[in-house]
Design a protein around this ligand. Structure first.
Ligand SMILES: Cc1cc2nc3c(=O)[nH]c(=O)nc-3n(C[C@H](O)[C@H](O)[C@H](O)COP(=O)(O)O)c2cc1C
Length: 370
């Protein structure tokens, strides 16, 4: 049924401006999540992952940016995702940059966005999440500071305080390319101060709401020296995990779409190799101190397994959901079960990091997956 509706709707949505299409998709998802349905069959137990204190039914999540305001969590989970990440949420409501600010690179199965964090703000999103707080499903909360802020770390800490009762985990986003100065928070001293204050806010909230894992989301455009510093600070401060990666400001020479030179963050297929190399480099440096979420260009079971073998415990996607549609989560999960059998991994978790050294050295690259 979902496949049938998708086949009807997608050609129409692709004729619309990408941001209008996204707004229509959110409206449709709101309807989907109130329709009655038969209970979904449970995920294959071999796909279950235990990471940062949470039991994930399967490793595939929807990345931040699709459901910025937490409006369609239950529809997303109903499509088979093992978790979803709401946000980025800023403290105050913010309209983001002026349109056009979202570009579909159809020939490259990619997107460029320079949305600049349109958000309904803490209060509105929290009120919505509080209404579904008793429902099942793992929901991450992705936080950022206000665009104009005298004290960015305080804005993130405020987010932890506000959402601690409804979040299963937090993602601290210091890597979107569309807010001037944001990625400077990835630099050593600024990051150390940020992590100290965010984790202090989490520890205070723990007394009332239990310990909520805090993950850091980083860019794929870091140098290895910058990555060394980030991992060092993350390990010293004992964060719970890392999300690798956000969109890239780089433009691979392989891009063919006429919109390829629009400024903003590039996601989708052309980000796959770069983000997987960064993931593997991060995995080798963490020495199992905390788990990683791999994101960037995942569009199939093969690319999901590649992320896991490069070092991810969990995987997220966004852009391929636009191009491949509503049945993607189910397809990826079925493919993962097949690949488990072929590669003789008893459980998916056993594959984490199996090819990290090959990805980090460049022996494995995008050519192995296309
Ligand atoms: C339209 C769009 C909006 C996004 N918004 C956010 C955001 O608000 N916060 C964030 O951390 N990442 C955001 N992202 C980045 C994604 O979460 C993800 O890290 C990136 O797109 C790479 O994954 P993909 O290749 O599967 O899309 C956005 C991506 C896209 C395409």
């Amino acid at each position: 049924m979902i496949g049938f509706l998708d086949a009807l709707a997608r050609p129409v949505l692709f004729r619309l401006d990408p941001e209008d299409a996204h707004e229509w998709a959110i409206r449709a998802f709101k309807i989907l999540q109130i329709l009655p349905r038969l209970p979904a069959p449970p995920d294959d137990p071999r796909l279950a992952v235990f990471a940062f204190g949470l039991d994930f039914p399967n490793p595939l999540g929807l990345a931040a940016g699709f459901d910025k305001n937490g409006e369609v969590i239950d529809a997303i989970l109903r499509l088979g995702f093992g978790f979803t990440e709401v946000g980025t949420i800023t403290p105050l409501a913010h309209g983001g940059q002026s349109r056009p600010r979202l570009f579909r690179l159809t020939r490259d199965e990619a997107v460029i966005n320079r949305l600049g964090f349109p958000s309904q703000g803490h209060a509105a999103v929290h009120a919505r999440l509080a209404l579904r707080a008793q429902k099942p499903g793992i929901v991450g909360i992705n936080l950022d500071a206000n665009k104009v802020s005298g004290d960015r770390p305080a804005d993130y800490a405020w987010g932890i305080e506000i959402f601690a009762d409804v979040a299963d985990y937090f993602a601290i986003n210091v890597s979107s390319p569309n807010t001037p100065g944001l990625r400077d928070l990835q630099r050593a001293d600024a990051l150390d101060d940020l992590l100290a204050r965010v984790l202090a806010a989490r520890d205070i909230a723990t007394e009332r709401f239990g310990r909520k894992p805090v993950l850091l989301k980083i860019a794929p455009d870091l140098t290895l020296a910058e990555l060394d510093e980030i991992i060092y600070r993350a390990r010293t401060r004992k964060i719970d995990g890392l999300i690798v990666s956000n969109t890239t400001v780089s433009r691979p020479t392989t891009l063919r779409d006429p919109s390829a030179n629009e400024p903003g963050g590039l996601s989708g297929q052309p980000l796959f190799a770069l983000s997987t190399q960064m993931l593997a480099a991060a995995y080798l440096r963490t020495e199992n101190q905390f788990p990683l979420i791999g994101v960037g260009g995942v569009d199939s079971a093969e690319t999901a397994v590649a992320k896991i073998e490069a070092g991810a415990s969990l995987v997220q996607l966004y852009t391929s959901f636009v191009f491949k549609g509503l049945e993607l989560a189910g397809e990826v999960k079925r493919g993962l079960v097949r690949l488990l059998a072929q590669n003789s991994y008893p459980r998916l978790a056993g594959a984490t990091g199996a090819a990290a050294a090959d990805w980090a050295s460049g022996k494995l690259n995008a050519d192995n997956f296309r």
